[in-house]
Design a protein around this ligand. Structure first.
Ligand SMILES: C=C(O[C@@H]1C=C(C(=O)O)C=C[C@H]1O)C(=O)O
Length: 184
């Protein structure tokens, strides 16, 4: 997938991340999960909605990359996909009051794009959360906590992700918190 953000000069990028089943498990490796980011790592319901509530004047979604691409091996395993199987991958910045607050990466397997799911390819700047949370057939699984593997303090350090299920189909949403969100 062509990347518009192939280096840090263009702003934060989605880093390699190690995923844990719970906040407590991640906390054994990095106690920062219990700091000011903790609230955001545990938000239930729509993350978009929670961010909108923090804005003084404007929330918006900026699409960075969107298209068919091969998920990482770890993502493919988590979603039960064959290695090298392509999926629709959407990477965005969730911005509050014109500042990037969260980077998000969503992996949508081909099976999810069939039928009504084809709309998932045409979200543009509309938040995915508005789509998922207005359709009761989509159910969220448990939240995982991620520890990002980099040292630059402008980059995401902590993340969360979950699968959304519709029947036997699932897509995966990862949200990478930028320090600008929780160090305000
Ligand atoms: C899953 C949600 O959707 C949000 C919107 C996204 C997008 O538009 O690509 C990505 C991740 C989310 O934080 C949510 O609001 O909970």
């Amino acid at each position: 997938m062509p990347s518009k953000d192939s280096d840090h000069r263009n702003g934060p990028i989605i880093p390699p991340t190690r995923w844990y089943r719970s906040l407590a498990a991640a906390g054994l490796h990095n106690p920062a999960v219990h700091g000011p980011a903790r609230h955001w790592l545990q938000v239930e319901g729509s993350f978009t909605r929670a961010l909108q509530q923090q804005c003084r004047y404007r929330f918006h979604v900026e699409v960075c990359n969107e298209g068919f691409a091969v998920p990482t091996l770890e993502e493919a395993r988590r979603l039960g996909l064959a290695p090298r199987q392509r999926a629709w991958i959407r990477e965005v910045r969730l911005c509050g009051d014109s500042q990037p607050w969260v980077l998000a990466r969503t992996v949508i397997p081909l099976a999810c794009l069939e039928g009504k799911g084809r709309r998932l390819r045409n979200l543009g700047n509309k938040p995915l959360g508005a789509y998922l949370f207005s359709r009761p057939e989509w159910l969220r699984g448990p939240l995982e906590t991620g520890l990002c593997q980099n040292t630059d303090d402008q980059q995401p350090q902590l993340a969360r992700r979950s699968l959304f299920h519709r029947g036997n189909k699932a897509l995966m949403v990862g949200e990478y918190l930028l320090p600008t969100l929780y160090q305000r």
